[in-house]
Design a protein around this ligand. Structure first.
Ligand code: ZN
Length: 261
């Protein structure tokens, strides 16, 4: 079974900005999906913000092993109910990769629980990514460092929880540094944040960037897990315990009451 990837594209700047449309005539999400479809064992399709339910129906999420999310201009247009649904799918075991300005997307902020803020500058400067975790599957096949000639700068401090692993650190011509490849786990879901990908530069056409994203898809895929209800919080009352338990002390809840939440 191939890994089923859904690439979620905001699809706003591709339609409104001539500069972006020239760099990505096949759209950003289309470009990312095409690169993944050239990989053995991965099938990628796309959905956009403009689709019904932003393309993130329950059925679609159930058929997605790894979701890739790129957004920038329209984070606020993503319905809260859809953001909640995406987070629940991650808790249940769907892998997710957030790219570039998706650091301010609703699903990322909800999964992190922190402001996710950073400093930035749009000057087309050089970004040099250093591999900080040589043995990590996401760094497989990469040199010690590689460069992206034109990128937007993102600088530390990055307002996210301490990651499980830091796979890349970026240096920018202006002098800032940034933790540009970070992993977390939330519930059964593997999360990867990858920094590059400002829409006016041809970053996602670059083979090493495509290599990182394909590696990250394979890493994020968790074929063991798909928890039916990751939010379940059942009551396990006295009388149904594995070993006898004697009830002691006062009690607020009645038998038969719905699970404590
Ligand atoms: Zn940007």
């Amino acid at each position: 079974m191939p890994i089923r990837v859904t690439v979620w594209g905001e699809n706003v700047h591709e339609r409104k900005s001539k500069a972006v449309a020239e760099v990505y005539p096949a759209t950003m999400h289309g470009t990312i999906a095409a690169a993944l479809n050239a990989e053995a064992g991965i099938t990628a399709t796309t959905v956009t913000l403009q689709d019904p339910e932003h393309g993130m129906t329950e059925a679609r999420l159930a058929q997605t092993d790894v979701l890739i999310w790129w957004g920038h201009a329209a984070h606020g247009e993503v319905a809260d109910s859809v953001a909640d649904r995406v987070c629940a799918a991650v808790w249940a075991g769907m892998g997710i990769i957030f790219l570039h300005s998706a650091h301010f997307s609703k699903p990322f902020k909800r999964l992190m629980g922190t402001p996710c803020n950073l400093s930035w500058r749009e000057a087309g400067e050089r970004e040099r990514l250093w591999v900080t975790s040589r043995q990590h599957p996401i760094a497989r096949g990469l040199p010690d460092h590689f460069e992206i000639e034109h990128e937007e700068m993102y600088g530390e401090p990055f307002g996210v929880p301490e990651p499980l692993e830091t796979v890349f650190i970026s240096w920018f011509q202006g002098g800032e540094v940034f933790r540009s490849g970070l992993t977390w786990r939330r519930g059964a879901g593997n999360i990867f944040y990858f920094r590059p990908g400002h829409e006016t530069y041809p970053t996602y056409h670059q083979p090493l960037v495509q290599r990182v994203i394909a590696n990250a898809v394979r890493w994020a895929h968790n074929p063991e897990a798909r928890i039916a209800d990751p939010t379940a919080a059942p009551n396990r009352p006295v009388g149904r315990t594995l070993e006898p338990v004697t009830e002691r002390g006062p009690r607020l809840h009645h038998d038969g009451e719905a699970g404590l939440r």
